[in-house]
Design a protein around this ligand. Structure first.
Ligand code: NDP
Length: 320
């Protein structure tokens, strides 16, 4: 699997398996899905404390190490700090809680999941953390310093951020005494939201852009997360290009990001689709087709959590 060198010297495989599912009853499936993905060739697995899949994903990775398919160092595993754990004294315990679920000694990458913080519950590690939405005012730079300490302690190989706009990235980059730059910014990025300005900014700072929802995010019971959302994989132009290469729209949507120097995530809990999503290294889109796909951009976001919008650090009021 091709990798990209991060600004701290570590390497990240350019295609990752997403393991978030909006259907809680599917969380148990995450173990078999991760095993399948590793067998197919995926080496980069993206999860988070809040996804409730870390226990299953950890089991899967340990199973594939035990049966000799991979070594721990072949796997690049990402976890994320949830919004209720930004207080500096909670950062390391939150990572340790993930490690405990994973039964691992370290993760490869730990991300600040969102640039906004909410007050922790009385028991910050109670299971209903997703319900705590009273804004908190933790200084992002203080959270970042606690992240740096996690790297120094060997609990994570690399540290980065997610859902940050360029001003929030700059805040970290300009922090007096910065020890480690974020290695990446994981953001929503697909043909309808191609993030060209944020990508240029990240490249200029040697920060990798990691694309989530590259296939247009998730359907819940036949409907979409946001009402009236366009169905990305049904886009006729994407379909036409896919036919030309004898590929699927999903493969073209993923290949497009790889050719832009973006690390791309793809979530599927279906074996055939996981296989399909991995077949993106043996064809090349022409510069003309890349341009045509660029023109599909409409700055459309699938993910705009309603309970985040009034937070002073909400990242998406900025243009990029
Ligand atoms: P994607 O855009 O990757 O996928 C959307 C849906 O497409 C999936 O639910 C899947 O359904 C379906 N799909 C997958 N492959 C194919 C295919 N080849 N053909 C047709 N349909 C397909 O979803 P996500 O929004 O989940 O993003 C990917 C990952 O990014 C997440 O799982 C998570 O790890 C990460 N993420 C991070 C966020 C953050 O805040 N940092 C936010 C959102 C996501 P099915 O399973 O039925 O195949």
């Amino acid at each position: 699997m091709q990798s990209v060198k991060l600004n701290d010297g570590n390497f990240m495989p350019v295609l990752g398996l997403g393991t978030a599912t909006v259907e809680q009853d599917l969380c148990d499936k995450a173990e078999e899905i991760t095993v399948t993905a590793i067998e197919i060739g995926f080496r980069h697995i993206d999860s988070a404390y809040v996804y409730n899949t870390e226990e299953q994903v950890g089991k899967a990775i340990r199973r594939k190490i035990a049966d000799g398919t991979v070594k721990r160092e072949d796997i690049f595993y990402t976890s994320k700090l949830w919004v209720t754990f930004h207080r500096p004294d909670l950062v390391r315990p939150a990572l340790e809680a993930s490690l405990k679920k994973l039964q691992m000694d370290f993760v490869d990458l730990y991300l600040i999941h969102w640039p906004l913080s909410f007050k922790p519950a009385e028991d910050p590690f109670s299971s209903n953390i997703g319900d705590c939405f009273t804004p908190d005012t933790v200084d992002l730079c203080a959270t970042w310093e606690a992240m740096e300490k996690c790297k120094d302690a060997g609990l994570t190989k690399s540290i980065g951020v997610s859902n940050f706009n360029h001003k929030q990235l700059e805040l970290i980059l300009n922090k007096p005494g910065l020890k480690y730059k974020p290695v990446c910014n994981q953001v929503e990025c697909h043909v309808y939201l191609n993030q060209s300005k944020l990508l240029t900014f990240c490249k200029s700072k040697d920060i990798v852009l990691v694309a989530y929802s590259a296939l247009g995010s998730q359907r819940i019971c036949g409907t979409w997360l946001k009402e009236n959302s366009p169905i990305l994989l049904d886009d006729p132009v994407l379909g036409e290009i896919a036919r030309k290469y004898n590929r699927t729209p999903a493969q073209v949507a993923l290949r497009y990001q790889l050719q832009r120097g973006i690390v791309v995530l793809a979530k599927s809990f279906k074996k055939e689709r996981i296989k399909e999503n991995f077949q993106v290294f043996d064809f090349q889109l022409t510069p003309e087709d890349m341009k045509t796909i660029d023109s599909l951009n409409r700055d459309f976001r699938y993910t705009e959590p309603a309970h985040f919008k009034d937070h002073p650090n909400y990242p998406f009021h900025e243009e990029y």
